[in-house]
Design a protein around this ligand. Structure first.
Ligand SMILES: *Cc1c(COP(=O)(O)O)cnc(C)c1O
Length: 234
């Protein structure tokens, strides 16, 4: 870890924190309601260590193997690990060994393996359901369709070991994020009527965190604005 990297990350982090505070204040919300989750995918464990030293409490990964290695290298740090990537059902139990939160639960098939993992480790797992904001005619990307959300939520809420916390979404690439998050806020209203305690809303990334905070985000997932552009894809 070089001193130069430390200065760079500290400066970017300060800017992101300021953006969050401004957006919260503009929306008449308390900054404390919003958790900054730094997405550390593709960046080394040394960066995670740096973030922890700078007061970051929550980090996220989107690939299982990378997350295993990094969380092991950082096991001495007091961090909450979020999993935000596409999840295969045969990996779901293993993810619970390091993840405190899984934000990308989008189908019924994941419920049993996640619950089994939570039971094996003897600690409840926080779960957010990933909602698809794509138009209905789009080839299915990640996320449960809004009309299937109620059944999935009921399944998660009914098993031991999983704590249903709320919703997660990614704005589609070809739409204004504000419009997508408006739709998300509508979906969330219906969801909260059935699960009033599941108030997390994980939405907003580097480019659109203000739009998400305006529309009620409680968690923003920020990668490049804190750590710089990622090498290679994604
Ligand atoms: C990579 C990633 C992010 C962070 O994206 P940035 O644009 O770099 O802030 C957020 N959410 C998910 C699910 C991601 O995979």
């Amino acid at each position: 870890m070089t001193a130069e990297r430390e200065v760079e990350v500290a400066a970017s982090l300060a800017i992101v924190r300021q953006r969050i505070a401004r957006a919260a204040s503009a929306a008449g919300r308390d900054t404390d309601e919003i958790t900054l989750v730094v997405v550390t995918k593709y960046f080394p464990a040394s960066d995670v260590r740096l973030l922890a030293a700078l007061g970051v409490t929550d980090v996220a990964e989107n690939r299982h193997q990378e997350a295993v290695e990094k969380s092991e290298a950082c096991a001495d740090l007091d961090l909450r690990w979020h999993f935000v990537g596409g999840l295969q059902s045969n990996k779901a139990t293993a993810v619970t060994r390091y993840a405190d939160v899984v934000q990308s639960v989008d189908r019924l098939k994941l419920v049993a393996p996640l619950a089994r993992g939570a039971q094996e480790r003897g600690r409840a797992l926080d779960v957010a359901l990933q909602v698809s904001l794509d138009p209905p005619d789009r080839d299915h990307r990640a996320g449960v369709r809004p009309e299937e959300l109620s059944d999935l939520a009921a399944a998660v809420a009914s098993v031991d070991g999983l704590r249903l916390r709320g919703l997660m979404a990614v704005a589609p690439l070809d739409e204004r994020p504000a419009d997508a998050f408006d739709r998300l806020a509508g979906v969330r209203e219906g969801f909260l009527a059935e699960h009033p305690d599941a108030r997390w809303l994980s939405a907003g990334m580097s480019a659109d965190l203000e739009d998400a905070i305006t529309r009620g985000a409680t968690h923003v997932r920020i990668g490049s604005a804190v750590l710089g552009s990622r090498p290679g894809l994604q």
